[in-house]
Design a protein around this ligand. Structure first.
Ligand code: SF4
Length: 226
C-alpha cells in the first residue's frame, strides 16, 4: 500500500533534529551562519525531494524470546523486537524514501568544493526522511485511537539487536519494482535517504508499549528513545 494521508507524506525539516545532527547551539539550536545556509538550501531541498512511502500490514504468527514468525513464513530474529511485539497480532512494515535527487545535489556541491553546504544538505535529507516516517507513525497512532488500539515504537533492521541482514526478509513483503528503493547486497538501501522498519499494533487494554532503551546499557546510543 502507498501511504496517502494528506500532509503526512510531506517531509519537513524539524529544527531540533537538524540541530542535533549539526551540533547546534543558540536560541534556535543552530548558529546564525548555519541557519542562513539551511534557509538557502531549504529552497532547493523542496525541489529535490520526491517522497514515497509504502507499507503492508502483516499478521504475526508466533513470537518467542528470540524472535518472531510472520504468517507466510518470514522470520525476524531480534529478542528486543520480539519483546516489543509480544501483545501484537499485526505488524506494519514500511519502506520510505525521499528519492535520489538530493544525493545528486550533494555530489554536485562536493565537486564544487562546497563541503559545508553538502554536509548541511545531507543532514537536512536525513531529518526530512526521518520526519516523514515519524509523521507516518504518528498518523497510525491517531488513526488507531478510534479502534481502541495503540502502536509500538518503531524498529528498523540494523538497530538494537536486529541484524541488518534481515532487511532481506522485510523487503520480501514488497514489490521490488514498486517502492523506488533498491536493497543492495550490503543490505544498505539506495537511495541512501531511505528508512525501512516496522511497528506493531496492539489492543489498548494491554500494557504500555515496551521501550527497550529503558533497560539498555548503551547510554550514549544516538537512537536512544526516552
Ligand atoms: S539505546 Fe535503545 S536504540 Fe540504542 S541500542 Fe539500546 S535499545 Fe537500541
Amino acid at each position: 500500500m502507498i501511504y496517502r494521508s494528506p500532509g503526512a507524506i510531506k517531509p519537513g525539516i524539524e529544527s531540533h533534529g537538524l540541530a542535533r545532527l549539526l551540533g547546534g547551539r543558540g536560541s534556535h539550536g543552530l548558529s546564525r551562519s548555519v541557519t542562513v545556509r539551511v534557509e538557502k538550501l531549504g529552497t532547493s531541498l523542496e525541489q529535490l525531494v520526491v517522497p514515497r512511502l509504502h507499507y503492508e500490514a502483516k499478521k504475526i504468527e508466533s513470537i518467542n524470546n528470540s524472535g518472531l514468525h510472520m504468517v507466510g513464513g518470514r522470520a525476524f530474529g531480534s529478542p528486543r523486537l520480539s519483546k516489543a511485539m509480544k501483545d501484537c497480532e499485526t505488524m506494519i512494515c514500511f519502506l520510505a524514501t525521499i528519492g535520489s535527487g538530493i544525493e545528486k545535489e550533494i555530489a554536485r556541491l562536493m565537486e564544487g568544493n562546497r563541503l559545508s553546504d553538502a554536509y548541511i544538505l545531507d543532514s537536512m535529507g536525513s531529518v526530512a526522511v526521518e520526519n516523514m516516517v515519524e509523521e507516518f507513525h504518528q498518523g497510525f497512532t491517531r488513526g488507531y485511537e478510534s479502534e481502541d488500539k495503540r502502536v509500538t515504537l518503531r524498529f528498523s533492521p540494523g538497530y538494537c539487536d536486529w541484524p541488518i541482514t534481515e532487511q532481506k526478509n522485510l523487503f520480501e513483503f514488497f514489490d521490488s519494482n514498486g517502492t523506488g528503493i533498491e536493497l543492495l547486497p550490503s543490505c544498505l538501501m539506495r537511495p541512501r535517504k531511505s528508512i525501512s522498519g516496522v511497528f506493531g499494533v496492539y489492543n489498548n487494554g494491554a500494557k504500555m508499549a515496551y521501550n527497550p532503551c529503558l533497560d539498555c546499557p548503551m547510554k550514549h546510543c544516538e537512537a536512544r528513545r526516552v
